[in-house]
Design a protein around this ligand. Structure first.
Ligand code: ZN
Length: 137
């Protein structure tokens, strides 16, 4: 574990730690920041479509809207400022694009604008991916 090895900004020239893939929650980022001594930044994405969102300096997760169309769906309808299932559509994939791909994450697509000044939408991730159990295991 990093904290036991005392690896961090004093032993490595780190400016920040960027987590990729599934969203990293506050209690997890606290451990990482304590172990490394630098700021943790969330990068939200998945293998299938790549980068979906990136955290700004105001700690909001902005949707990479130039590449991904993100929808939050609740009871079969798109919702804003309400919790639902996150679905994404790739905007630039030429072969086998993922369309309304359900990640298994739950979140809120926010109508509020971020104080960082970016116009990209904000997504709040509320719970991570449901573990998909193999029916044959
Ligand atoms: Zn922002």
């Amino acid at each position: 574990m990093l904290s036991r090895r005392k690896v961090g900004s004093k032993t490595l020239p780190l400016k920040a730690v960027i987590g990729t893939g599934e969203y990293v929650y506050q209690h997890e980022r606290d451990i990482i920041e304590q172990a490394t001594g630098v700021t943790f930044v969330n990068e939200y994405g998945c293998t299938e479509v790549g980068l979906i969102g990136f955290e700004c300096e105001e700690h909001n997760l902005h949707v990479m809207a130039a590449n991904i169309y993100l929808e939050v769906i609740k009871d079969g309808k798109n919702v804003i400022d309400e919790e639902g299932d996150i679905h994404v559509t790739e905007l630039h994939a030429r072969s086998n694009p993922f369309i309304r791909y359900g990640l298994g994450d739950r979140g809120i697509l926010c109508s509020e604008r971020c104080s960082c000044g970016r116009a990209l939408p904000i997504i709040k991730i509320l719970s991570g991916r449901k573990r998909r159990l193999c029916p044959h295991s």
